[in-house]
Design a protein around this ligand. Structure first.
Ligand code: ADP
Ligand code: MG
Length: 434
């Protein structure tokens, strides 16, 4: 067919883009005629991209094949964007499995690859690969999405229960009150996969913890899969009774870190696609750099932006429009953090004098502080490597690059260290945000 031929031409030109944008285009025969080609894209994001980057090319290829001039129209299978209210319901912690939370809709990058792979492996071999699986990480980084992806993957084959720890506790209390504990046992001890979200809220409720401990053991002994999430690792769940904490620690523990810029951009793209929202690339990048890592918040902002543009009859969302619309949410963090801010914080954290950081001392603690400060200076200020070198008394810019490279290596290899540095970064941002 003619359109397939055109697609093949585009494929040979750029196979990567082909897979991303062209492969799933469909020719709408009914709507087209010889002077007007209507092409259906799977979503608005792709439709707009193809419109911008490929319309001309497609018209050219068409002309080459047929000798005819035609206008190119890209449409999309109509997706109704969700209303804000509908949306809010979904993004607060859900009480049931949300079909959209799948492995396919989860974007991976270095920050979450490990947790993703662990979850996938559990879904493919429930009860056999890692038991329990414990996923932890900050707010809005995808814990619920991942644990629910396991549930969605298995729900047609196995008996899956997804609950938040609060639901679990409420149910427990209600059954105690109504003297229907046998019903409670029946339910929880007969499932194949038990997913409990946000177990940090188990805190201090000893009686429920006790109950959960027994449920846990029973399921575990029957080789049923248990997955848990929390906002911190088990060893930091201080209110948990020891034996429960030990159980949590006995399986696989996977963390999710805030996404790197690239991953964040991909996630935003995906969210736009799912919600039928089109944002130009530069606006996506702008949002990714200016908003925090909390994906839930970012999603809210995307919807807000879209709703506002609609309301105001704005056809094209530009950076300026986004800047204006999201003004209260954007902290221009990088622009107002200075080298002095960093030195001050690091001196306090490492318990040394600010002047020692920029001195030539080889004392181990001071060297560590200096390296950390250099890394943060590169992350948070606009200083160039030569000026950082000068400020910290290093030989030249390559000494700075070298130091940062070594630092990044350690960040990648050492979980504990990475958490510490994340904490430091947050401290800087919070102080400046005040
Ligand atoms: P948490 O439970 O860690 O607070 P959620 O799982 O509720 O976070 O994630 C918040 C929102 O961000 C959800 O809509 C989720 O789909 C989305 N999200 C987070 N991480 C990713 C990712 N890596 N890829 C796609 N969507 C993500
Ligand atoms: Mg959650």
């Amino acid at each position: 067919m003619l359109f397939d031929k055109i697609k093949n031409e585009l494929k040979s030109e750029n196979p990567v883009n082909y897979n991303k944008f062209i492969k799933n285009l469909e020719f709408d025969e009914d709507a087209s005629d010889s002077a007007r080609l209507v092409i259906k894209a799977p979503n608005i994001y792709i439709a707009n991209y193809v419109k911008r980057k490929y319309s001309k090319k497609i018209a050219e290829l068409y002309k080459k094949e047929t000798g005819l001039e035609a206008s190119i129209e890209i449409t999309t299978k109509e997706i109704k964007p969700k209303k804000l209210e509908e949306y809010e319901e979904i993004i607060s912690t859900p009480s049931v499995l949300i079909p959209e939370y799948t492995f396919e809709s989860f974007i991976t990058g270095p920050s979450n690859q490990f947790a993703y792979s662990a979850a996938k492996s559990v879904a493919e071999n429930p009860g056999k690969s890692y038991n329990p699986l414990f996923i932890y990480g900050g707010v809005g980084l995808g814990k619920t999405h991942l644990i629910q992806a396991i549930g969605n993957y298995l729900k047609n084959k196995l008996k899956v229960i997804y609950v938040t720890s609060e639901q679990f506790m409420n149910e427990f209390r209600e059954n105690v009150r109504n003297h229907t504990m046998d019903r409670f046992h029946e339910k929880y001890r007969n499932c194949d996969v038990l997913l409990i979200d946000d177990v940090q809220f188990f805190a201090q409720k000893e009686q429920t913890q006790e109950e959960f401990f027994h449920t846990f053991n029973e399921l575990y002994n029957q080789k049923k899969q248990i997955c848990l999430t929390a906002d911190r690792p088990p060893k930091k769940l201080h209110d948990l009774v020891d034996r429960l904490r030990n159980r949590f620690e006995a399986g696989l523990i996977a963390d999710i870190q805030p996404p790197e810029l690239e991953t964040k951009i991909e996630i935003i793209r995906k969210k736009c696609e799912i919600n039928g929202i089109y944002l130009p690339d530069d606006v996506i990048e702008f949002i990714a750099t200016k908003l925090d890592s909390n994906i839930r918040e970012i999603e809210g902002m995307i919807v807000k932006l879209h709703a506002l543009a609609k309301l105001l009859g704005v056809n094209e969302i530009t950076i300026d429009f986004a800047k204006q619309a999201l003004k209260e949410h954007i902290k221009d963090k990088k622009e107002n953090i200075t080298l002095e801010n960093i030195i001050e914080l690091i001196a306090k954290e490492f318990n040394i004098k600010p002047s020692e950081i920029t001195s030539k001392s080889r004392n181990q603690n001071i060297v560590a502080a200096r390296r950390t400060a250099i890394y943060l200076a590169r992350e948070f200020t606009k200083e160039s490597t030569p000026s950082i070198a000068k400020y910290f008394g290093l030989k030249d810019h390559s000494a700075v690059s070298h130091s940062i490279k070594a630092f990044n290596k350690k960040l990648k290899e050492d979980n504990e260290f990475r958490m510490k540095i994340e904490e430091l970064k947050n401290k800087i941002l919070i102080r400046k945000g005040e």
